[in-house]
Design a protein around this ligand. Structure first.
Ligand code: G3P
Ligand code: MG
Length: 239
């Protein structure tokens, strides 16, 4: 299973508004091979790129994402909070983001990010969409085991990663229980555990790594990849 070494976090990291098409374009322009983004459902069940359950931090809207229909979310500005240069950037539908990743040749980590109480629904909708229009160059992950299981039921042909802050002692059992092929965890995992996971042939990717020396330490321990807000710290050939 292919993993790029450096994965742009939330689209283009901190160099563009998070979870936007502009971010994906920035990542590609910098020479990134892979991107990660978060996917949540609109009120009417359309999967969109969004991290928070509420709109205030990243858009000019207000209130819960789940309280608005896709058409309403689409009218919001998802770029202005990052800077005037990105004014007018919209909240992308997952389908558009997948199409752009394919066009740009970007490996993609689709992180299923259900809003409260919508775990299975979100996983299932995302899985069905992936089965319909994704070529599978990448991996699907989620902090929610039930969302991930629902996505896998709808699209078992793709690769799945456990996403958890830490790596528990029973990591093998957790991978087996979720039928997952990779592990994504925080960058403060200890070197011995990273080495053990890597020795078992399981790709391990750590978030969020915004310094090259931290990345070098994780790679030396056996990590396959890092998620970063600063893809500009690496040259295209290094990623
Ligand atoms: O998927 C890795 C990372 O994105 C998880 O944290 O909160 O940035 O989605 P978060
Ligand atoms: Mg994420």
């Amino acid at each position: 299973m292919r993993y790029p070494r450096v994965i742009a976090h939330r689209g283009g990291g901190c160099l563009a508004p998070e979870n936007t098409l502009a971010g994906l374009r920035v990542a590609a322009r910098l020479g990134c091979q892979g991107v990660e983004f978060d996917v949540m459902l609109s009120g009417d069940g359309v999967p969109v790129l969004m991290h928070d359950e509420t709109l205030e931090r990243t858009t000019d809207g207000a209130g819960p994402v789940a309280a608005q229909r896709f058409a309403e979310l689409r009218a919001l500005d998802a770029g202005i909070r990052h800077g005037a240069a990105f004014q007018g950037e919209t909240i992308p539908a997952l389908e558009e983001a997948l199409a752009l990743c394919a066009e740009l040749g970007l490996w993609t980590n689709i992180e299923v990010k259900p809003s409260a109480g919508r775990d299975e629904e979100t996983g299932s909708v995302v899985g069905r969409l992936l089965a319909a229009c994704w070529q599978g160059d990448g991996v699907v992950s989620s902090f929610s085991a039930s969302a991930l299981a629902a996505a896998r039921r709808a699209a078992p042909q793709f690769a799945f990663a456990v996403l958890a802050d830490a790596i528990p002692a029973a990591w093998r059992e957790r991978l087996a229980a979720g039928a997952c092929q990779a592990w994504h965890c925080r960058a403060d995992a200890d070197a011995a555990t990273i080495a053990a996971v890597a020795a078992a042939g399981i790709p391990l990717a750590c978030y969020t790594v915004n310094r090259r020396d931290d990345a070098a330490r994780l790679f030396a321990a056996g990590a396959a990849a890092v998620f970063t807000d600063r893809p500009d710290l690496w040259a295209p050939g290094e990623m």
